[in-house]
Design a protein around this ligand. Structure first.
Ligand code: KIV
Length: 264
């Protein structure tokens, strides 16, 4: 069985079929997610918080990412797998190429994700020219949490919003094949989605994005503390993990998730 690929994901955007994405970090959940109809698994550096219990994603290493990505790849055979380049693993182009190559060759990822706008455009170009598919992450950038002063909604003023659209277009021009857009007003999520041809996957970016992603442990209600407004406890609705994932997939596909209450 071959895995979903970028051509199919682009077609899903063109045909307005929503893309259901969740994070996962191990083989068992990878299997459950695939069986429930998830299209894409993101091996996020959120594992630093939800698996390792750290305060942020900053301590996650390339070795951690390779280990968890290889587990996810072993547990599935149809989903498209994206792996995060962790904090400072792409601080310069040579580092980015070496670490992305390891995530693909040793981890088995089909695409790598990195955070940032204009500042990573050249890195994206260099990776893509070497055959490495890239997903760029805009909006709230968890690896910059200390500079941003916390996990806050981004792009609220006109200048920030316009910059975000310009960044999305520059990343697409550099060869990025996907965007993750985190924690921005729904109206801006809609504008970014319309401004690029590549799929835009939202997390707290409104229902108009081409797809949605959530951190698995958040949407199962397992993460301690206050759940972000854009998430929802699907396990509380259904009482069983496979049913919770299937409900998420169904609500993403029918554009009933996120609801008004789950967007900014
Ligand atoms: O690390 C992660 O899980 C992510 C999502 C929040 C999109 O980047």
């Amino acid at each position: 069985m071959s895995r979903l690929n970028l051509t199919s994901l682009r077609k899903m955007k063109a045909e307005q079929n929503k893309i259901a994405v969740l994070t996962a970090y191990d083989a068992s959940f990878s299997h459950v997610l695939e069986q429930a109809g998830v299209d894409v698994i993101l091996v996020g550096d959120s594992l630093g918080m939800v698996i390792q219990g750290k305060e942020s994603t900053l301590p996650v290493t390339v070795e951690d990412m390779i280990y968890h990505t290889s587990n996810v790849v072993r547990g599935s055979d149809k989903v498209f797998v994206i792996a995060d380049l962790p904090f400072m693993s792409y601080a310069n182009t040579d580092q980015a190429i070496q670490n992305a190559a390891r995530l693909m060759a040793q981890g088995g990822a089909q695409m790598v994700k990195l955070e940032g706008g204009q500042v990573v455009v050249d890195t994206v170009k260099q990776l893509v020219e070497r055959g490495i598919p890239v997903c760029a992450h805009l909006g709230l950038l968890p690896q910059s949490v200390h500079r941003l002063g916390g996990y806050r909604v981004q792009g609220r003023d006109d200048q920030q919003a316009q910059q975000l659209i310009t960044d999305a277009q520059a990343l697409q021009a550099a060869g990025a094949d996907m965007l993750v857009l985190e924690c921005v007003p729904a109206e801006l999520g809609s504008r970014v989605t319309a401004a690029v041809e590549i799929p835009v996957i939202g997390i707290g970016a409104g229902v108009e994005c081409d797809g949605q992603v959530l951190v698995l442990y958040d949407m199962l209600g397992l993460t301690p503390g206050r759940r972000p407004r854009f998430s929802h406890d699907f396990l509380a609705d259904t009482g069983a993990i496979p049913a919770a994932i299937a409900k998420y997939v169904s609500e993403v596909k029918s554009a009933t998730f996120p609801s008004q209450a789950q967007q900014y």
